[in-house]
Design a binder for this molecule. Sequence first.
Ligand code: NAP
Length: 462
Amino acid sequence: MPELLLNIGYLVSAGLFIIGLKGLTHPRTAVRGNLLGACGMLLAIVITLMDQKIVGFEYILAGIVIGAAIGVVLAVKIEMTSMPELVAAFNGFGGIASVFVAGAAIIENTLHGSTPMTQTTVAVAASGLIGAVTFWGSLVAFGKLKGLVGDKAVLFSGQQVINAGLAILALALSVGLVMDPTNAYFYWLLVLAASALGVLLVIPVGGADMPVVVALLNSYSGLAAASTGFILSNNVLIITGSLVGASGIILTRIMCKAMNRSLFNVLFGVLAPTGGGVSSDEVYTGRVKSASADEVALLFDAARRVAIIPGYGMAVSQAQHPVKTLATMLEERGIQVEYGVHPVAGRMPGHMNVLLAEADVSYESLKDMDEINQYIDQVDVALVIGANDVVNPLARTDPTSALAGMPIINVDKARTVVVIKRSLSPGFAGIPNPLFALDNTLMLFGDGKKAVLDIIAALKDT
Ligand code: NAP
């Protein structure tokens, strides 16, 4: 294929990726954005296949068939709540692919005794280094999220010194490789050092912070792919890798901000303060009031403005469709209904948005934390469904709590709060929630979906 045509095709597909990413920044344009990105990817694949001269098409086809089969099974079987570990695994595969491509380039140099350009060797070293860190880091993240290895932070003395030593060793081996590109030992030793670094960088991170690390590893996998693009002289890989690298780091920043953690704290296992804190008994004993679905329905009867605050429990109980039905019923009674969506509610970025979009909730009624907090005191009933940490007032009031400083949705300031959950068990952060014991709070204990269906049935009777 002529070089000019190839690059024009890649340019078009890169343009489609960028416009697609822009579309993904708003729910209204997200579906179109996704489609444009997919078209860009299809174009890039077709052009790359037309241009390839080295591997027989039968191998490529076999790879596509096996990969697509695994992809389809995973896509159908995966639970929404397991999405972070799937993303972790995907990042890891991206990383190891870069390690192999760079390794193949080194083997080729050694076999043919050819000396590549310095630019290519620098890219080989970067691919091996970042790719191996990404692969092993992602494997540990996957294991922690899946519960295969303990999700506690593993900390030991001298950890940072060992990490620094490994990083210096990896850089020294990279320099050695650039000086002597035909010496494959430098490359494989570099991969070994980077692999150890990948494991050691992720083990000090506790399960709670793991999704932030997954976002960061996503960014690394992009950088590894961009480096691989330089090895293969493939412009579209350089562009897409850079886009993934940049968007991953932006997402990491957003998540750190929403959880009130600095990236440094997350990466070096510095935990949020967990000082004395209050015990569950101190917070709850004699103070918690439970209500029935009938009583909650009566509350709605008298309300003018309702805010629904979904959390992880809504995802677990798959209550999004009944929640939408309830909201529609309330709206038909002239009640204004809005949804307050916290940026880290659930277990992955955008978790609540995805579920509510699946239930056809209109984008206009989704309010982000800052917006809904401005008028939460005018809300008659705040219905908290399966959310806990993201509405825990201790984040505001207790500087020693694990949530200290995390911005929350201030539902405690609403006129009445109804919390749907199965028990008084803590959320992700593992601390009690004084919201459940407030004078203006009623607890509706039960599975999220069942409780909402019960309220719907009770409303029909009123
Ligand atoms: P949460 O604090 O983890 O609390 C979820 C609550 O849902 C639990 O207290 C649980 O109580 C309840 N629940 C579980 N299954 C339920 C069911 N079937 N029906 C009804 N309730 C059920 O959730 P959150 O308020 O959404 O906060 C998210 C947490 O995850 C934050 O700490 C956040 O920092 C962390 N996190 C989020 C992300 C992200 O990207 N979204 C990433 C990393 C960490 P019961 O067991 O009593 O029912």
